[in-house]
Design a protein around this ligand. Structure first.
Ligand code: NAP
Length: 279
């Protein structure tokens, strides 16, 4: 029987230990050595995974087929450089990180040693590793890198029930910004709406409550119909005079919100044009 490919995890925190546990329990990869900043946390990670040997230093690491560098983002490049300088990477090894913000090319020290490199970014929060591990199915991963590395990682994440989505390496930062639009800026947008209701004299709590059916209904429609068909309102109807009047009123109240309204208006007109073209 072919033996399992071995996985070393350098930086085995929330993400590293969750993936290590899932791969180990599913018999996809054999977790070998684990190194953190502190031996205590590496030992805890090994206990969580029920696999792997915690080590205290680079000198105690041994060769492995696959290396996950799961340190915080700012440490990935230096950690990779230190492992390469110690001669730990062999040609054909797969070295990857899980950052959504950084490209796989920051693993250049591993690539110079003949390893193939990639990044596999899980699109979810790992605040509670046990809870994430228990509900991992259908977790999306944005994957980019050297084609054979990206393919091997896609297979490995699929083997634990996740869904691999290839992304263009040159647009990794744009990919990461997408989550900021979908999550953080959505909050900013809803705050802006609440401020507008408050400006019109509605109490803060009531403003939030009355927005709820509007927001939930819109979000449901976006996921049911897609953004183009979910669009309603003055711009979708071509009611430009209303839109201009609203812009002027908002801008007179606060120029920052006015600028936002204008920019959203242009992008919303694009969506409306797209709909007219497709209908
Ligand atoms: N958390 C999330 O929700 C999430 C989601 C998607 C992607 N990611 C990405 O996943 C990666 C890991 O994030 P995380 O949340 O798992 O981080 P984390 O829980 O903070 O764990 C990082 C681990 O790295 C270790 N470490 C730090 N510096 C090190 C070094 N120089 N050498 C060896 N080990 C070192 C730490 O050791 P100690 O325990 O000893 O301090 C810790 O165990 C990051 O690239 C992050 O962007 C995170």
């Amino acid at each position: 029987m072919q033996s399992l490919r071995t996985l070393n995890i350098v930086g085995c925190g929330k993400v590293g230990m969750t993936l290590g546990k899932l791969w180990s329990e599913a018999g996809v990869l054999a977790v070998a050595r684990i190194m953190n900043r502190s031996m205590a946390s590496a030992t805890e990670a090994a206990a969580f995974m029920g696999a792997g040997t915690a080590v205290a230093s680079i000198a105690e690491l041994r060769p492995a087929d696959i290396w996950l560098i799961g340190t915080p983002d700012d440490e990935i490049e230096t950690s990779c450089g230190a492992l390469a300088a110690a001669g730990l990477f062999a040609p054909g090894n797969l070295v990857f990180h899980c950052s959504g913000a950084l490209p796989s090319t920051i693993l250049h020290a591993a690539a110079s040693a003949g390893a193939v490199t990639a990044s596999a970014h899980p699109i979810r929060s790992f605040a509670d590793p046990a809870q994430v591990a228990a509900s991992f199915g259908n977790t999306y991963f944005g994957i980019e890198g050297e084609p054979s590395a990206a393919a091997a990682l896609s297979e490995a994440v699929a083997a634990i029930g996740a869904i691999a989505v290839p992304i263009k390496p040159d647009f990794k930062t744009v990919y990461h910004a997408a989550a900021v639009f979908a999550s953080n800026y959505l909050v900013t947008l809803l705050d802006t709406a609440q401020q507008a209701y408050i400006k019109a004299g509605i109490p803060e709590d009531t403003a939030l409550q009355l927005m709820m059916p509007l927001v939930r209904g819109t979000v449901d429609n976006v996921f049911r119909l897609g953004p183009t068909d979910a669009l309603t309102g003055p711009i979708a109807r071509g009611d430009i005079i209303t839109a201009v009047r609203q812009y002027r009123a908002v801008n007179a109240w606060d120029e920052r919100y006015g600028a936002l309204y204008k920019q959203f208006g242009k992008l919303t007109a694009d969506i409306a044009a797209r709909r007219r073209k497709s209908s």
